[in-house]
Design a binder for this molecule. Structure first.
Ligand code: HEC
Length: 253
């Protein structure tokens, strides 16, 4: 290869990458407008509501980060074109909420507002936790008739406790608990099983913070239509369609 060709191919290899990664995105994004949030008549809301995440909840987010939960759990409900998250049971929200009906929706950037770390996650060995708080309070705890906090403490201590989870790959975080001798009445947060020599198992402050954080994971607040692409919220088919309209014109849903 001549020196000239060498230089030309070098320029082409870097030039194409430079064009695609720098110039094209720049041209596409240099004049982005903020999303307009005034479409309340469509989705019933015109503002983005960001729940306050402070105190024990943000401490819990640190415990979550320190213990590498994000290595196996995501907090990102992908849009339907990129995956089937919206159709997994209650990942994107509750498929049927008592008050609000179907609350499922995709994650958007506002969902992480106010958080020190956006625990989006690295890989997905376990289920997505974006709406874990909803699932635990409205489904798991109700099914078993226990407090949502207790459900989570139990899971953290012994993930394989329930028969249907006996092969759970979620590690036990038993080091977040103390085993203390029972004196008088057991504490409210005592786990439903006992430790060595009948000791009671109680959560340490870190476990309490973590559980507060996990219960706060409810990223399914209504969002303005401009941010909502959830199939669950798709507009109903136009009612006044002429009866003779050819069937293939019907919107695929
Ligand atoms: C090695 C990977 C791994 C790590 C690390 C991990 N988990 Fe899990 N987790 C899983 C798997 C796999 C499941 C699914 C099996 C099950 O339900 O137990 C799961 C399930 C769960 C569930 C039940 C979710 C549901 O909706 O059924 C919760 C809650 C949970 N993990 C919390 C945590 C927390 C909190 C941490 C960090 C302290 C953590 N996990 C760390 C793998 C992991």
């Amino acid at each position: 290869m001549s020196f000239r060709n060498f230089i030309l191919s070098l320029a082409a290899s870097f030039g194409v990458a430079w064009l695609a990664l720098v110039i094209v995105p720049y041209l596409k994004m240099r004049s982005m407008e903020p999303i307009s949030l005034s479409e309340d008549e469509v989705s019933g809301t015109s503002v983005v509501f960001n729940p306050k995440r402070a105190g024990r909840i943000s401490d819990g987010a640190e415990v979550y980060a320190e213990n590498g939960c994000y290595q196996c759990h995501t907090q990102l409900v992908r849009p339907t074109y990129a995956g089937n998250d919206m159709f997994r049971p209650d990942w994107g929200g509750l498929a049927s909420d008592e008050d609000r009906g179907d609350t499922r929706r995709e994650t958007n950037a506002f969902d992480f507002a106010g958080e020190k770390y956006a625990n989006i996650g690295v890989a997905r060995l376990g289920p997505d936790l974006s709406n874990l708080g909803r699932r635990v309070t409205a489904v798991y705890a109700i099914d078993e008739e226990i407090e949502p906090e207790l459900w989570l403490y139990r899971h953290l201590f012994k993930p394989r406790w329930l028969p249907e989870r006996r092969q759970s790959a979620c590690p036990s975080f038993a080091f977040l608990f103390d085993q203390v001798e029972v004196k008088g009445n057991p504490a409210d947060e005592t786990l439903p099983f006992s430790g060595k020599d009948g000791r009671e198992i109680v959560p340490k402050p870190a476990a309490k913070a973590l559980v507060s954080y996990l219960l706060s994971l409810k990223k399914d607040q209504p969002v303005p239509a401009a941010l909502n692409f959830a199939p669950a919220q798709a507009e109903p088919a136009p009612a006044a369609a002429p009866a003779s309209a050819p069937a293939e014109d019907a919107p695929a849903s």
